[in-house]
Design a protein around this ligand. Structure first.
Ligand code: GLU
Length: 354
């Protein structure tokens, strides 16, 4: 009798393994962390533009996507349910810590994050610097709410899970998968206010494509990230206040002083052109830097680098240049960089390396 049971067990194992060989590998395990956004948004009309972000819960979102469970064993967790204009440092820290815990285990192969598109690039970049794993972490969202005609959220979620589940995706850092394209956290920008082709990497190009779940990469992202990042949020409960000021013709120089008075420890200037600002503002920036405030020159121009020695010599003024980071990503980097005491050269190096 015992022998019969033993034989039956052996036969079952042989059957399971041979079916894995015939039908492919066991499915990867992917966790979807939901934070809200238009992908979870709902409106009263399928053709109207009015809606409210963050209404649909993650279980309902997964159930709305046909065949998604064929790609991976899925588990959903609701971390927040906000429009991403309300994304916060507190949610970023929660997200990064949760991802680090999940990915440290052998039972999770990849993470998908559903997120509003307004600040998705900032969250992606924050995670690119603070996640300590080479397993795929993929953000997605949608421009049309779940109730809209031709809502693109379900296919975006399907494709994001395909990217997170793909063995090809290891080591690419944090990515954004939307509208059939895969972008690196560092390069991606929200370029257009409302159409579905909003996410682009205008200078560096997309990393690859994901078309009905078929993943293909064209190149690897440059710059340090994830397992190669020197930043850590272990034990961190808040980040220093860093504000952004938008430059323009005849800009008011007292804005910098006002930010410092209000408690900013760092300031990013979305400068004109090559990170420029008028003479009064440059003087105010120098004064702030002399008083221990980190001031970064970025640009309001959507594409291109800010040069260390253009019209402003940063070392002379005590300012930093953002290199390729747009103002919102320069702010993320500065907040993390300020967690450790660093001199000007060390600070500037970070903007070049990451
Ligand atoms: N404000 C919304 C958000 O970021 C709109 C953008 C979206 O999700 O598409 O959550």
């Amino acid at each position: 009798m015992k022998n019969k049971v033993f034989l039956k067990n052996v036969l079952t194992l042989v059957l399971v393994f041979s079916s894995l060989l015939v039908f492919g590998q066991a499915k990867p395990n992917v966790v979807i962390l939901a934070t809200g956004g238009t992908i979870a948004g709902a409106g009263t009309s399928a053709t109207g533009s009015e809606y409210v972000s963050g209404q649909v819960k993650i279980e309902a979102m997964i159930d709305a996507v046909p065949n998604i469970r064929d790609l991976a064993n899925l588990k959903g967790e609701q971390l927040s349910n906000v429009g991403s204009q309300d994304m916060s440092v507190a949610i970023w820290l929660d997200l990064a810590n949760r991802i680090n815990t999940l990915l440290a285990g052998d039972d999770v192969d990849g993470i998908v994050i559903t997120h509003g598109t307004d600040t998705q690039e900032e969250t992606a970049y924050f995670l690119n610097l603070t996640v300590k794993s080479d397993k795929p972490v993929v953000l997605t969202g949608s421009m049309r709410p779940s109730t809209a005609l031709s809502a693109e959220g379900p296919l975006n979620l399907y494709n994001a899970v395909a990217v997170a589940a793909s063995p090809l995706s290891k080591g690419y850092g944090v990515m954004v998968a939307m509208n059939d394209e895969i972008h690196s956290a560092k390069d991606v920008r929200k370029m257009i206010t409302t159409p579905v082709q909003t996410f682009q990497s205008p200078q560096e190009g997309m990393l690859g494509t994901v078309i009905f779940g078929q993943v293909e990469y064209f190149h690897k992202p440059l710059g340090r990230h994830t397992t190669n990042s020197e930043f850590s949020i272990e034990g961190i409960t808040e980040l220093p206040r860093v504000d952004i000021v938008y430059a323009c013709a005849d800009m008011s120089p007292d804005l910098i002083d006002m930010m410092v008075k209000a408690g900013a420890k760092g300031i990013v200037i979305a400068g004109v052109g090559d990170g420029n600002m008028n003479a009064g503002t440059l003087e105010a920036a120098k004064k702030a830097a002399d008083n221990g405030i980190w001031v970064v020159r970025a640009s309001r121009v959507p594409i291109g680098k800010v040069l260390i020695k253009g019209e402003v010599n940063d070392k002379e003024y005590g300012t930093l240049c953002s290199d390729e980071l747009n103002p919102q990503k320069a702010r993320v980097l500065l907040m993390l960089a300020m967690l450790k005491k660093r001199n000007w050269d060390e600070m500037q190096r970070l903007f070049i390396d990451y």
